[in-house]
Design a protein around this ligand. Structure first.
Ligand SMILES: [Zn+2]
Length: 397
């Protein structure tokens, strides 16, 4: 028998909690009474990027819709359609841009209040709930405060810090913390699920620092590997002020290129389907008038696509900074002789050489410069300015 929780790597405790709740939920559906708190209407999944927040939420949604007493068999129609994002009673909110707006949230809350068509649960999965606007958060809070009897909200955020989720929403939700999965657990799933060779899986899992999706990309995608290598070449390129600015440009442009590659297909497809829906290319009477009215909708789509591209660039840049931080961490643990494995085994020689040359203090300052750069970008400092400042600190130490 299959298992909807099988892809949740290294999260035994969370899986146990979710299994128990799904079993209780199935008893509610069957008309039995369950102890108070056995099933909860609002959940928050927290954990670092790649730990599987949305994987966990989707698996739980499938278990709630499972036709075999909520076990999450992975084989019945309910499990299949929930996992495949086509179940009529499971809705996913994925922010297109940098935030989830109030209009989108209100419409969703309204639809979630109706009775589940499959007779089980209405499930609303909000990925990146940290990107809710304040008003959208308030609209959601109202629904969570008085949930319809068969509606469940699943929110995914990096943490329960007030910057990520409002204190009032947090207080109404049950929290499922996910941890960064250990490299060997990630490697194991790459071998078992994706058929990746054991040695490649072990390298990719370590290099991805517990990010399951990224580990898979590194194992399978030559371009992703090439971009990572370019990032890890940065420390040895920093030999002058000019080189620092060059390295900053290269890093920003690589992030832009990666982001563009990620969205170019979906942008074109969206535009084509919108134009088709609006009757573009029609020659009949009224087609021109319809196109004039449609211009606003196309503008709106372009605006959303632009904001999605910005977010995608930031995510790509952030991944590069995490890789870079891994290098300086390797230098530090080598310097200190710490009994933990290096992240980037393929640059162990360079990090070892740097450990000979730099003091622990200057290595720590370099690491801090990267974290400061991530924070600055998070606070909306222009990425180029933040990255240039970081490169100068990495050079000077
Ligand atoms: Zn099932």
């Amino acid at each position: 028998m299959g298992d909807v929780f099988a892809d949740l790597v290294g999260q035994a405790e969370a899986v146990e909690t979710l299994r128990r709740a799904a079993a209780a939920a199935a008893r509610v559906v069957a008309g039995e009474s369950v102890p108070a708190g056995a099933m909860t209407h609002a959940w928050i999944f927290t954990g670092p990027p790649g730990s599987g927040r949305s994987v966990a939420a989707r698996a739980f949604a499938a278990a709630l819709e499972c036709e075999r007493d909520g076990v999450g068999c992975g084989e019945c129609h309910g499990c299949h359609t929930a996992l495949g994002r086509t179940h009529a009673d499971v809705r996913f909110v994925v922010p297109e841009g940098l935030s989830i707006g109030v209009g989108e949230m209100r419409a969703l809350v309204l639809r979630a209040a109706s009775a589940p068509s499959g007779g089980r649960w209405q499930v609303v999965v909000i990925e990146d709930a940290d990107r809710l606007t304040e008003q959208a958060g308030n609209a959601l809070l109202k629904a969570i405060e008085e949930p319809p009897p068969r509606t469940v909200f699943l929110l995914c955020t990096p943490s329960t810090h007030p910057d990520d989720i409002s204190v009032t929403i947090r207080s109404r939700c049950r929290v499922v913390p996910l941890r960064q999965p250990p490299a060997d657990a990630v490697a194991e799933v790459l071998v078992r699920r994706d058929g990746i060779a054991a040695d490649v899986a072990a390298w990719a899992a370590a290099a991805a620092q517990g990010h399951v999706g990224r580990a898979k990309r590194l194992a399978n995608d030559n371009e992703a590997r090439g971009r990572r290598e370019a990032v890890l070449a940065v420390p040895r390129r920093l030999s002058s002020v000019g080189a620092c600015f060059d390295a900053a440009s290269a890093l920003i442009e690589a992030a832009e290129a990666e982001a563009a590659a990620a969205v170019v297909d979906s942008d074109a497809t969206e535009r084509a389907s919108l134009e088709q829906a609006l009757g573009a290319g029609g020659t009949g009477r009224g087609a021109a008038g319809a196109m004039r009215g449609a211009a606003g909708q196309i503008k709106d789509l372009e605006r959303r696509q632009k904001s999605r591209a910005t977010r995608s660039q930031r995510d790509a840049l952030d991944r590069a900074l995490v890789d870079l931080a891994g290098f300086y961490r390797d230098v530090l643990i080598t310097k200190l002789g710490a009994p933990v494995p290096v992240v980037h085994t393929d640059t162990a020689e360079q990090s070892g050489a740097a450990a000979e040359k730099w003091t622990a203090e200057s290595t720590l300052r370099r690491l801090e410069a990267i974290l400061a750069c991530r924070d600055a970008i998070e606070q909306n400092v222009k990425p180029r300015i933040a990255v240039e400042a970081m490169m100068l600190s990495l050079w000077k130490g």
